[in-house]
Design a protein around this ligand. Structure first.
Ligand code: SF4
Length: 705
């Protein structure tokens, strides 16, 4: 069935960008994708945003890697190196697959044999499928005796997951974002869904249109996004989330708005929390977070008293040194008021990447195997040792930023990176890129010669999302099928095949022939996939976990009766105020915060190579408040230098009324002025997530010649 005279066929698959997980129909002619339409999936009901609809042309970009590359022996490793399509041949030479795989595997093997498994680390990717994520962590654990395996969840919702695991023993959302239609009150805090989860935002807009209370809490205003539909906007002082949320909890306790029955039957730790939040009266907190006490009280009342309230949050909550504490407060709000486990209620950390939920579930995390089972639990480890036929490392591994520090300290000497771009995504880029250049052996598997691949010894050309089979799990816990639309370019190969072949080359007895076999293995070790088979996902296109039977739909709402903890109760953990790690001062008087633009995705590797998207947002920008611009004598379009204690970049000024005075916002997708040269690598102690949302900065005008 074709839609127009132009295409000759179509394939049903899912969008490669954000965690919403929109189902798509991709129309093509021969091996060329022509256009994309939405399908009636549970997360999008035919809708798509600009990225999903128009951002497909990166697949055919001439920058695609088509042959394996090996670094020339005389090519220096330079942390500041940047290559284009011509100069890359001065550094790399074309290799055969046999030669490249041999070099990739032998370099890893050499370090493993000489220095032990903990001298090796792997970064997998939330862009890859569940099967690829599972196989990658298996390779690092089984093949190299280490748990040093992580991915970009560390930079995204690691602190949310840490708090959720601590409180509920489950890191997933309790209800899908479509539950907003059953809610009476919706709180969106530290998230900008209209830019980052645009189709999810449409459900929130619909709910607001239907008369639901939509409360937005964000230090940056949302005048042109979801804010237009909000009933209240609390533009609080950056970094004061805990004070604001404890002020709400104080009100709930003081005004007896908590659900006594729910608290008694389902929770632990209420008495400690009750005592703790006494110190946070809204009348005192208003000075801290710059929100009137009566507003804090009113929002607490509205949230607690409604028949159904739901909370959505994003990286404005998680990317702080107090990210876990921020999430703890949100969890306590839901638990004290019983606003969880019923239609229209719940806790929903909006997942960033298309498969960050699935990659985390699959064990691409240094502390846990699949389904968040601790690597330090002897019983769990014993099960994997029996299943994989190999003694496994009993200690948890290092996280993303810790791995970079360990490279600098000469503890980690070799790395295998599949589909991640730490040379753009990690904080303090001067340090991160120097670490990558310092590695004795770096293998990068990707579809483009990314900023990370510049530093590699071996580059392996991999498959784009539209070129392979695989399952992906979206923010709603919906496991969905991705299908190949076009062939891979040149000699590029499937990611799971490359990982399998490296596994074989280091001596593993791996015989996988199709991702289906890997999925079957995952289903064997992951109770969360009970009653979900490859065939079922292929046939039904989307199955939600947990799923109670082979013929029943999965459970959209969880924690309806109890929590998956030993006692069946959820735990509340009081949170104290921890200030941001670096506050503005005389030398660096502004607050820098980073994030994304609607049109660009993360480090820009894909969307900067989508002409359709890049022509809308083609150059590096910094967003400033008009009063700051006036004070500094800067006009829109001027070039400025933004500096922090870690580095400087130059970019063009955009006047932005959503940015409060004293703040600077920079999207982190522009390689020519990478925001992460500026960001602070200080970590949340529990989630180990860096503080991307707050550091001290200064601005100077740049005279253009
Ligand atoms: Fe893709 Fe997310 Fe946009 Fe949906 S909302 S089309 S999943 S980027």
């Amino acid at each position: 069935q074709v839609r127009t005279e132009f295409e000759d066929s179509h394939v049903d698959t899912v969008c490669p960008y954000c965690g919403v997980g929109c189902q798509t129909r991709v129309y093509k002619k021969g091996e060329e994708v022509l256009y994309v339409d939405g399908r009636d999936g549970p997360a999008n009901e035919n809708r798509l945003c600009v990225k999903g609809r128009f951002g497909f042309d990166y697949i055919h970009h001439p920058d695609r890697l088509t042959v394996p590359l090996i670094r020339r022996e005389d090519a220096p490793k330079d942390a500041k190196m940047e290559l284009d399509r011509v100069s890359m041949w001065k550094v790399f030479r074309k290799a055969t697959w046999e030669e490249a795989l041999e070099k990739a595997a032998s370099g890893l093997k050499k370090v493993h044999e000489r220095d032990g498994g903990n001298a090796i680390a792997g970064f997998g990717s939330a862009k890859c499928s569940n099967e690829e994520a599972y196989l990658f962590q298996k390779l690092i654990r089984q093949g190299f005796d280490t748990n040093n395996v992580d991915h970009c969840t560390r930079l995204c919702h690691a602190s949310s997951v840490a708090a959720l695991m601590e409180g509920l023993n489950s890191g997933a959302v309790s209800a899908p974002f479509t539950a907003a239609e059953d809610a009476e009150v919706i709180i969106v805090i530290g998230a900008r869904p209209a830019e980052n989860h645009p189709v999810a935002a449409t459900y929130l807009k619909q709910a607001a249109k239907a008369g639901k209370e939509l409360i937005i809490m964000d230090p940056r205003g949302q005048s042109s996004g979801l804010g237009r539909h909000a009933t209240r906007i609390l533009q609080f002082k950056p970094g004061t989330d805990v004070a604001l949320l404890n002020g709400m909890l104080h009100t709930i306790v003081e005004e007896n708005l908590y659900d006594v029955q729910y608290v008694q039957a389902n929770t632990e730790g209420f008495e400690e929390l009750k005592e703790h939040v006494k110190a946070f009266p809204p009348e005192k907190m208003q000075e801290v977070c710059n929100i009137p006490a009566e507003t804090i009280r009113e929002v607490a009342r509205v949230y607690a008293k409604s028949t159904a309230s739901i909370i959505f949050w994003g990286m404005g909550i998680s990317q702080h040194v107090h990210g876990t504490d921020n999430s703890r407060c949100l969890i306590s709000l839901a638990l004290t008021t019983g606003q969880i486990g019923r239609p229209g209620t719940g806790l929903h950390p909006l997942r960033g990447q298309n498969n960050v939920q699935g990659a985390s579930d699959a064990g691409l995390i240094p502390m846990v195997y699949a389904d968040y089972k601790s690597v330090e639990d002897p019983e769990v480890r014993g099960m994997y040792e029996d299943f994989w036929g190999k003694e496994l490392n009993p200690k948890k591994g290092l996280t993303v930023v810790e791995i970079m520090n360990a490279i600098e300290a000469d503890e980690i000497k070799a790395m295998y990176v599949m589909g991640e771009n730490p040379a753009m995504s990690d904080p303090d880029q001067n340090h991160a890129r120097a670490a990558l250049a310092h590695l004795e052996h770096l293998v990068v598997q990707d579809i483009f010669l990314t900023e990370t691949a510049y530093h590699a010894d071996v580059v392996l050309p991999a498959s784009a999302h539209a070129e392979k089979w695989g399952t992906y799990t979206n923010t709603n816990r919906q496991v969905q099928m991705g299908r190949p639309v076009v062939k891979m370019p040149g000699e590029a190969r499937q990611d799971w095949e490359i990982t399998r072949d490296i596994g074989k080359a280091v001596g593993l007895d791996w015989t996988y022939q199709h991702p289906r076999e890997i999925f079957n293995e995952m289903a064997h070790v992951m109770p969360s996939l009970k009653n979900i088979t490859w065939e079922r996902v292929d046939q039904e296109d989307s199955v939600t976990y947990p799923c109670e039977g082979p013929n029943v739909p999965g459970s959209e709402i969880i924690f309806t009766q109890s929590f998956p903890t030993t006692s069946g109760r959820a735990k509340m953990t009081p949170a104290s105020v921890t200030p941001p790690a670096e506050l503005p001062d005389r030398d660096y008087p502004l607050i820098l915060t980073t994030g994304r633009l609607l049109e660009h995705w993360h480090t820009g590797a894909m969307t900067r190579r989508s002409d359709n998207l890049d022509m809308i947002e083609p150059e590096a920008i910094v967003c400033l408040n008009r009063w700051d611009m006036k004070r500094m004598g800067i006009d829109a379009g001027d070039k400025v230098r933004v500096s922090t204690r870690r580095g400087s970049i130059e970019l063009y000024v955009r006047q932005d009324r959503d940015v409060p005075e004293g703040m600077v916002f920079i999207p982190f997708c522009f390689a020519e002025a990478a925001a992460n040269f500026l960001t602070n690598p200080q970590l949340d102690p529990m989630g180990k997530i860096p503080e991307f949302k707050f550091c001290a900065a200064k601005i100077e005008p740049v005279q253009e010649l």
